[in-house]
Ligand binder design. Structure first.
Ligand code: CA
Length: 665
């Protein structure tokens, strides 16, 4: 009776007239069912149903022949069982049938729901489907393995939306906007250059991070001919793939099988798969599939009994509550095991509590400790969850092996996310060098950084660089090309904008931490200056694959950066200690220049010392460098790891708005 007293009094008052229904004073008193058989356990001989609806006075199962149409052919009463659950057994082979649950709560029959643990559905996710999961496995699925990964520092992320990837007329792919696009090899753009999965291999990224691919609400799966676009941050069924990305959303098996084919294909190409998971809110709060079984329980309420909205989407879930914590852990484990997913990006992770996030980490460690977890270390709006319990950036040191996005570094490099006309370090703005240095050390503690000068955080917030995601753009806000154009100095040329762009990504790929690339940036994508393209048409969002030809120089540079990082372990240090010992900043006095060395074959590096210089000025600068027989490998927009030229002078000129990288053997 603390935070939610008024609301709870209301609930208990409603329940008082019902003798057989348990009485709970607060949501925290609701029983937590600890079994793993929730909702449906299927075999050809028997289907066992067990649904959690602790405040219900009656629960029934409605059985259907069809996933969306027609009435129930049978209705079955469920029986009260342990810890708030209701059970019913059906001694028939129900394969191919559909079902919903319906609960009577507070003397009112709720709407039907497929439940929240549902793993297969009919079209638009309204009815649960009874399938045999053996039918969903592609040929060879039993031999599917995760590509090797030694350290999170070796990861190179690529964030992509299902439609962006393939929907363009020049993608060369047949399965436009579908999971199966990721299974198509040999696809080409108009000029005959590789697209799709072949392009990803050529680029050299290690992990594809997919924008929401669980079942979301905003696309009507019965009207796919409309070709509507949405990012999908409006979850309906967390444990079911989105139907519009399958070739047939009417068949519950198809979307599952095709999702697995996508994972299998990426794995065969040496690429791991990450899902963007959005457990922080549901498409609608009141009346959501889970809310219909325990009204209010799964969500945070304000003191005045209104729904809290820390997500900015109308509701926020309550990870600290027993059954939702259990749900999140088991849902993530389910995707990692049934679908072989290799990592999870948590949307608005700051709305989840630290205990839950660490419990998910521990559960994944039991499956495979190389499964990666990261998230947005912030909330979208105010939340009743106490700040010291939130999985926010500030508390990242308490998150065991879970990474957070570095907005500090992002906005220092390319300018503020909030004010599109505000430029950053790469566009020639002074005073951001300390924040860039903070990015270079992956958000860790380093004696050469004045943390009081950082743009957002004023202290290191991670234990190790593997807890930091380095990036300059993602699906949110402007993409890099648009941002740099919108914030460009008045007289900056198009050629200069390319230089700003390449310098920005050079900082990302030569910094410690985990580099993250928004799909299409390597082809100099733009989104016509639109900040929030969550429901913009394909024409704005799609990757224009012909840009690979028209911006070949940009692609080659990005590819070179990724290859440089992959070949040189000095850029992939996994501990703060090693950074402190081997990453030395040069005491460069020129404003808007950051220079550092990676020394003494750090992290088994083949090169003895590496020198990296970022020149954010729009003019060339001369930098004093340590004496030595240097070999230049990155200079003025060119990368060649076998060496561009030799450098022996102690004064070295870095061209305007660019990076130079040198090494000694
Ligand atoms: Ca859907």
């Amino acid at each position: 009776m603390k935070k939610y007293s008024l609301f709870m009094l209301l609930i208990s008052g409603m329940l008082s007239g019902c003798n057989t229904t348990p009485h709970y004073t607060t949501f925290d008193d609701y029983p937590v069912y600890d079994g793993t058989d929730l909702e449906l356990t299927y075999s050809p001989q028997v289907s066992n149903f067990r649904v959690w609806a602790p405040t219900a006075s009656e629960v029934k199962i409605l059985l259907y022949d069809n996933g969306s149409e027609g009435g129930a052919y049978q209705t079955l009463d469920m029986n009260r069982s342990e810890k708030g659950t209701w059970i019913r057994k059906v001694d028939q082979n129900l394969k191919g049938k559909f079902y919903t649950f319906q609960a009577r709560i507070h003397d009112k029959w709720q709407e039907e729901t497929p439940g929240m643990w549902v793993k297969a559905t009919g079209v638009n996710g309204k009815r649960a489907a009874i399938i045999d999961f053996a039918d969903t496995n592609p040929v060879g699925w039993e031999n599917d393995v995760r590509p090797p990964l030694k350290s999170f520092a070796d990861i190179s992320l690529y964030e992509v939306h299902m439609r962006d990837f393939s929907v363009s007329p020049n993608s060369g792919m047949k399965n436009k906007g579908k999971f199966l696009a990721f299974t198509e090899h040999g696809t080409k753009n108009t000029a005959g250059e590789s697209t799709g999965i072949d392009h990803l291999k050529e680029l050299g990224i290690t992990h594809v991070h997919l924008l929401p691919v669980f079942d979301f609400a905003s696309i009507d799966e019965t009207k796919l001919y409309e070709n509507k676009y949405n990012w999908g941050y409006d979850p309906v069924n967390y444990n079911v793939p989105e139907g519009s990305y399958s070739t047939n959303p009417l068949n519950p098996v198809t979307r599952i099988k095709e999702f697995k084919e996508m994972v299998q294909s990426l794995h065969q190409s040496g690429i791991r798969v990450i899902m963007d998971v959005v457990y922080n809110h549901t498409s609608k709060g009141k009346g959501s599939n889970m809310d219909l079984l325990a009204p209010g329980y799964f969500y945070r309420m304000n003191k005045d009994s209104t729904w809290s909205n820390g997500s900015g989407c109308g509701n926020e879930t309550a990870s600290e509550r027993g059954m939702f914590r259990k749900f999140m852990i088991e849902s993530v484990v389910y995707w990692a095991t049934e679908y072989h997913v290799d990592g999870f990006r948590f949307d608005l992770m700051g709305l989840h509590d630290i205990v839950t996030m660490n419990a998910i980490r521990a559960a994944l460690d039991k499956i495979d400790p190389t499964i990666f977890m990261y998230g947005e270390g912030w909330t979208a709006a105010a939340t009743p969850l106490a700040e010291d319990k939130r999985a926010v950036k500030k508390n990242a040191k308490q998150l065991n092996g879970i990474a957070v996005f570095s907005d500090d570094m992002r906005d220092a490099i390319r300018g503020s996310w909030m004010h599109s006309s505000v430029p950053g370090f790469v566009s020639g703005i002074d005073s951001l060098a300390e924040s860039v240095k903070f990015g270079v050390v992956g958000g860790t503690q380093h004696d050469s950084i004045d943390y009081s000068k950082l743009i957002y955080s004023k202290e290191p917030y991670v234990n190790n660089p593997t807890q930091t995601i380095n990036y300059v753009s993602c699906h949110d806000d402007m993409c890099l090309v648009d941002k740099l154009r919108d914030s460009k100095p008045a007289n900056a040329t198009d050629d200069e904008l390319v230089r700003f762009n390449e310098l920005a990504q050079t900082i990302v790929y030569t910094s410690q931490g985990v580099p993250f690339l928004y799909a299409g940036e390597e082809l100099y994508r733009n989104k016509r200056g639109i900040h929030n393209t969550y429901q913009s048409p394909d024409s704005i969002n799609c990757i224009n694959w012909d840009s690979k030809t028209t911006h070949k120089d940009v692609f080659n540079y990005y590819q070179g950066l990724i290859a440089l990082r992959k070949a040189h372990s000095a850029f992939r240090i996994s501990t703060q200690d090693m950074i402190q010992q081997h990453l030395k900043f040069l005491t460069e006095k020129t404003p808007n220049v950051v220079a550092f060395m990676l020394t003494d074959h750090v992290n088994d590096e083949v090169w003895k010392d590496i020198l990296v210089i970022y020149n954010g000025n729009r003019k060339a600068v001369s930098v004093q460098i340590p004496e030595g027989e240097w070999t230049l490998v990155c200079h003025d927009g060119q990368i060649n790891t076998t060496g561009i030229s030799s450098v022996t002078n102690t004064y070295f000129t870095v061209p305007a708005s660019s990076a130079s990288i040198l090494f000694v053997k």
